[in-house]
Design a protein around this ligand. Structure first.
Ligand SMILES: C[S@@+](CC[C@H](N)C(=O)[O-])C[C@H]1O[C@@H](n2cnc3c(N)ncnc32)[C@H](O)[C@@H]1O
Length: 223
């Protein structure tokens, strides 16, 4: 995408009521006004579901259409990407989805303890190199953070084309004694995947499907 187009999207994001872009200082200093008050933003106390690393926001928008009784928040640092999802939601008048521009690392400064019901991780970069382990969204540190913001029954969904990330995550969950609720290493081939796994495809997923790659899925609870 050209820089002109990006700038146009950044400008439009500032005018979108479903886009929230807090300053880093505001967040890390513990002064983010929506932490613990997301119900006020949506005007109801429906369950809150996050999509971390939402890219263009296909999952957040797709799930919001499907589940009007839940509120969805796509989180990504790249505003020019989630502009797409925000624009679609406004055009279609979908009130139960928002986009938050922030680092996922700051999740415990963005959401209060137990404020979140579900977390979707959709095609995160597997960060295979050893040096990149700290950026892997299912590493031990991230799991701890997810545990803090999730409520008692809260669960995490991981959908990925990466056999590496699928295996790494399963191994880590087993080793740490977390609860694996469901796992499938080829969701379109092996029966039993939930509708919300089969019915929504992201930008990256479509590229992997075209290349004939298997798509994997795990649903788990962090104990
Ligand atoms: C591989 S893309 C996947 C996008 C989308 N979920 C999809 O399936 O098309 C990963 C996305 O996660 C975002 N991301 C990765 N690490 C992040 C972090 N630590 N904080 C915020 N966003 C992050 C990137 O900006 C990128 O948009």
């Amino acid at each position: 995408m050209g820089s002109k187009n990006k700038l146009r999207r950044f400008k439009e994001n500032e005018t979108f009521e479903n886009v929230i872009q807090p300053g880093r200082e505001e967040v890390v200093s513990g002064n983010f006004s929506l932490k613990g008050k997301w119900a006020e933003h949506f005007g109801n106390d429906h369950p809150i579901v996050l999509e971390l690393g939402c890219g263009k926001g296909e999952y957040s928008v797709g799930l919001a259409r499907k589940y009007p009784g839940k509120n969805f928040i796509g989180v990504d640092i790249k505003g020019a990407r989630f502009w797409r999802g925000a624009k679609t939601a406004l055009e279609e008048n979908i009130p139960n989805v928002a986009f938050l521009r922030s680092q996922i690392e700051l999740i415990t400064d963005l959401f209060a303890e137990g404020e979140v019901s579900e977390i979707w991780l959709t095609f995160p970069d597997p960060q295979i190199k050893y040096k990149r382990t700290k950026h892997r969204l299912t590493n031990r540190k991230f799991l701890e953070k997810y545990k803090q913001v999730l409520n008692q029954e809260g669960c995490v969904h991981l959908k990925t084309d990466s056999e590496f990330l699928h295996g790494y995550t399963l191994g880590l969950l087993q080793g740490l004694g977390h609860e694996i609720c469901y796992a499938n290493h080829d969701v379109y081939k092996n029966e039993g995947s939930p509708e919300e796994v089969l019915g929504i495809q992201t930008f990256y997923e479509n590229q992997y499907l075209e290349a004939g790659k298997a798509i994997t899925y795990i649903r788990f609870k962090v104990k």
